[in-house]
Ligand binder design. Structure first.
Ligand code: UN1
Length: 501
């Protein structure tokens, strides 16, 4: 693991930073400690927030396309550091290299999108009911944005928020997850290098906070941070949401998912199989978009299961840094305990364990929590199925009637992030994505629920939080809208025809 130290150095994380501190960071690959980071002093939080506020006063005046130039440079720095940051993601989160690199690519992609967006921060012009009047909307910078990320996407989710916030004119304070801060720091350092090359950013435009819950709390509770973007569990969202609401702040919450795939009698089962594999065992089941439920028609259930079980039997589980391995470790002992608990509960609740569900023996790394991905055939959508377990546990649910029944089962969970249908029947497909279909923020056709591109809006309904980030018009969350009514006549008529004396 000593190679990681030279990668840290190349990414701008020197020994003075990764050693000698109080926050231990472990690699899930073998459970070893890879860094001891220095935590941000809690006393420094007010100063950090104040610096962000003063940076805002300068940054909001920089023309948006010029702000876009900074993000363009960040994209260049990320391209140059892609292999290194991808490697850190793999070591720190346990993703296979391919997925570690994919995550950095996602950060690069959002930079590209944000650069274009920096020339497209537009409002509407609206006709007025009064002669000689015009109405228009403008989008102005909002203020400091706090970005609090989860362990599983430490580079991409920071970039999703920071790239858009920066072009929108907002400074950023970034608190990465204490479980995977190094990937976040490396991504942040690439941004600092871009800032240096850019040469005209105000001091405090982007700041990093290394710490735990109290640090997050300081950001969430501060009235000087108009927008908090937080990714994590529904439990975390329940704590963050009300605190931000209490001070009338804005929030972007990306919380739990319980993503399903409906497989109808007219599905291409080989395609479905491939999507199930990437969806359910990719990232060892630790994506918020991970496939957690398959809702399959009884007519194709046996054929599908046979294919899926055969593929699961050949899954390469082990060192995520080794080519050919598809399933790396869970993040830590806590995640493993949840996995074990879910597998046991599902069986208590009438499920039949078809494969997996145990700790995998990876001899090389006795300290890592590797598991055999579980598939559990459930007689009904019981409590455990309705709960998000952040691990590779796939529940099989069966339907026997039409697509309406499948959708009913599909929507009968508290979460609403991502969903998909496999079918070549346009009636089923259109129903699934219609107003009466999937109630999720994302509903895909003949592709899995995960691995979304950044161009669309990302997020979901119900306990997932209701907000959106990345592409489409998600940028509007990061700006404040003003409606301007302009009178260019020499009279002062009132709207609604009111005659006031
Ligand atoms: C997450 O797991 O928090 O759609 C984000 C996906 C990725 C992002 C996942 N683009 O799976």
């Amino acid at each position: 693991m000593s190679v990681i130290l030279s990668v840290f150095e190349r990414c701008g994380i020197p020994a003075t930073e990764y050693a000698g501190g109080t926050l231990s960071v472990f690699s899930p690959i073998d459970g070893s400690e890879i860094a001891r980071l220095h935590e941000t002093a809690l006393d420094d939080m007010p100063g950090i927030i104040a610096r962000s506020q003063s940076a805002f006063k300068a940054w909001r005046k920089v023309p948006a396309p010029v702000r876009g130039e900074l993000v363009r440079l960040w994209g260049e720095e990320l391209r140059a550091a892609k292999a290194d940051i991808g490697y850190i993601v793999s070591v720190e989160v346990g993703k296979i290299i391919e997925e570690g690199l994919g995550e950095v690519q996602e950060a690069i992609d959002i930079c590209d999108l944000a650069v274009g967006q920096s020339r497209q921060l537009f409002g509407k012009t609206i006709v007025s009911e009064r002669p000689g009047h015009r109405i228009m909307e403008q989008y102005h910078p909002l203020g400091p944005v706090a970005v609090i990320t989860a362990f599983n996407f430490p580079a991409a989710v920071f970039a999703w928020n920071a790239a858009i916030a920066l072009v929108c004119g907002d400074p950023v304070i970034f608190k990465p997850s204490e479980k995977s801060p190094l990937s976040g720091i490396a991504t942040f350092r690439a941004l600092e290098r871009a800032i240096q090359r850019f040469g005209q950013a105000p001091e405090g435009l982007v700041q990093l906070v290394i710490g735990t819950m109290p640090h997050g709390d300081a950001l969430v509770s501060s009235p000087d941070i108009p927008l908090v973007s937080a990714t994590g569990s529904t439990r975390m969202g329940r704590a963050v949401g009300p605190k931000v609401a209490e001070r009338f702040g804005r929030r972007i919450l990306e919380l739990g998912g319980n993503n399903a795939m409906v497989i109808t009698p007219e599905a291409d089962l080989d395609m479905a199989l491939r999507a199930i594999l990437f969806g359910a065992v990719g990232t060892a089941g630790q994506r918020c978009t991970t496939l957690r439920r398959v809702i399959v028609h009884e007519a194709v259930k046996d054929v599908l299961l046979e294919k899926v079980l055969r593929a699961y039997a050949n899954l390469a589980i082990g060192n995520p840094l080794e080519r050919g391995v598809l399933v790396g470790p869970l993040i830590d002992a806590g995640a493993f305990a949840m996995f074990e608990q879910a597998v046991a509960q599902a069986q208590d609740q009438g499920g039949t364990l078809l494969t997996g569900g145990t700790r995998a023996n990876v001899e090389q790394f006795p300290g890592g929590y590797y598991v055999t991905p579980a598939i559990i055939d459930m007689p009904a959508q019981t409590d455990v199925v309705r709960h998000e377990t952040f691990a590779p546990v796939l529940y099989i649910l069966t339907y026997s009637e039409g697509i309406e029944q499948a959708v009913e089962i599909h929507n009968d969970v508290p979460q609403g992030l991502s969903s998909c249908i496999f079918s070549n029947n346009m009636r089923e497909v259109e129903f699934f994505i219609s107003e009466s279909g999937s109630d999720c923020g994302m509903a895909n056709v003949n592709i899995g629920p995960n691995g979304a591109e950044i161009g669309g809006a990302f997020g979901g309904e119900k306990e997932t939080g209701g907000d959106r980030e990345t592409g489409s018009d998600a940028w509007k969350y990061y700006m404040r809208r003003t409606t301007n009514t302009i009178n260019y006549s020499s009279a002062l008529p009132l709207a609604q025809g009111i005659n006031f004396g």
